[in-house]
Design a binder for this molecule. Sequence first.
Ligand code: PLP
Length: 474
Amino acid sequence: MNYISTRGDTTRRKFCDILLEGLAPDGGLYLPEQYPQVDSATLAAWRDVHASQGYAGLAFEILSLYIDDIPSADLKAICAKTYTSAVFGTEAIVPLKKLREGFFLEALSNGPTLAFKDMAMQLLGNLFEYELARRGQQLNILGATSGDTGSAAEYAMRGKKGIRVFMLSPHGRMSAFQQAQMFSLQDENIHNIAIEGVFDDCQDIVKAVSNDLAFKRHYNIGTVNSINWARLLAQVVYYFAGYFQATTSNDERVSFAVPSGNFGNVCAGHVARMMGLPIQQLVVATNENDVLDEFFRTGVYRVRAAADTHETSSPSMDISKASNFERFVFDLLGRDGPRVKMLFTDSLANAGSFDLSSDPAFQKARERYGFVSGKSIHADRLTTIRQVFEQHGVMVDTHTADGVKVALEHETPGVPMIVLETALPIKFAETIVEALGREPDRPSKFEGIEALPRRVQVMAADSGAVQRLIAENC
Ligand SMILES: *Cc1c(COP(=O)(O)O)cnc(C)c1O
C-alpha cells in the first residue's frame, strides 16, 4: 500500500514514512492510493474474527491492508497491546447500547480520558514507540489543546520510550476536570505548559516553533493532530465493530451519526464505506459552528473567521474550518489533486470559501457517498440530554447529544442508526447540571482527581520561552 497527497504530489510513500508526519510536503493530506476492497467473503470472515478474537483481532485485519512495512507479528502484538479491557473498560472495547429498536449508541469513550480520541491516540502511542525504536530516534511532540486532544495525547504517550510531550493549554480556561486529568500526570516525559492567553495564542506558539526549521529539525519536533493518517485509520475499525454488533447478517445496512468538528471521525466512516462496509448514510452532526452542515446542505464551504467561531457547550466541535475535510473533497472530485489544491489554497485564501453547488459532483455527496447533515444548538442539546435520560435512563454528553438530535432527523425505516458516543458526561458536567439538575456519574477511577498534586508550569505567551523550555528538557 502506498500513500499520496490530496494536492497532486504523487510521490508514493509507505505507511511508516508518513506515520510521524503531518501534512504532505505540498501542503495536502495523505490518503491511500486506493481503498482496499472488502468483498463479502472477507466481511464474513471479519465478522467471525470480531466474534472470536475481539476488537484487537479485527483491528489487526483492517490495519494489515494499509500497513505493509511492519512485520505482521509485530503489528498484531501492537493491536493486542493497545485494545485491552484494562485500557478501554470492557471486553467489547466499543460496546453498543441499544436505546430502542433500531437506535444505538456506540461507546467510544471508555478509554483513559473518556473521549473517543483515545481510540486512535492509544494506538498512535504504541506505533510511535515501535517505529522510533526501530529507527533509533527520539520525538518531541509539541501541541496546543483546549481539552480532549491534549489529554488523549498525554495519556497515550506517557512513559513511552523516545517520546516527550510538550502540551500548551490556555491558563485557567479548561474545565476543572480536564485540567485535573492532564496536570495530575507525574510522568517525566509529559510537560504541561499553561500559557497566559487563549487557545489561539497556544496555537500561534506551536506554529512559530514549527516554522523555526533549524530548531524543529534539531529537536525533532512533531505533532499528533487529527490530520495524521494513522489516527484516521485507527478510527475505521470501530465502524466495522459497530456494524457487526448492530446486525446479524452482512446483507443488512446501517447508518452512522457522528458528532463532527474537524471531520476526522466521520472521514474514517467514509473510508470504511469506500472499502465496502454496508453503510447507508453518514450523518454529519455539527453544533453552532456549522461549516460542515452548510457544505452538505448548500455545496458552499466557507471557513469562519475567529470572531465568527462560537464558544459552545460542545467545545470539542468548535471549529472555524474542518481540517480533514480536504480528504473527502479529493474523493468527491474524482481525486483531481490540482483542482483540490486550487480550492484549498487560492479559493480559500482569496475568498475564504469555495462553491461546488453547481458542480455535478456535489449531488454525489449524498447519492453516491451517503452524506447528510444537520445542526444542533445549545437549546437542542439540553432537550436531547433530558429526552434521552427520561426515555431511556441513559446520560449522554453534550457532543453525543448533538449526534442524537441530528440522527433523529435522518432515520430511515428498517435501517439501524448508530450514534457515535464521543465523550462521557462527566467531562462536561456543567451542561449536564443545566439540563438535568444533577451531577453526572463519575467513573470510580476519577474520584477525587481534582485534589491530586499537579505538574504544570505557567508561562507567558512567548514562543522563545517555550523553545528554551524544550531545549532544557531534551
Ligand atoms: C474531537 C471531538 C469531536 C469531533 O471530532 P472530529 O474528528 O474533529 O470531527 C467530537 N466530540 C468529542 C467529544 C471530541 O473530543
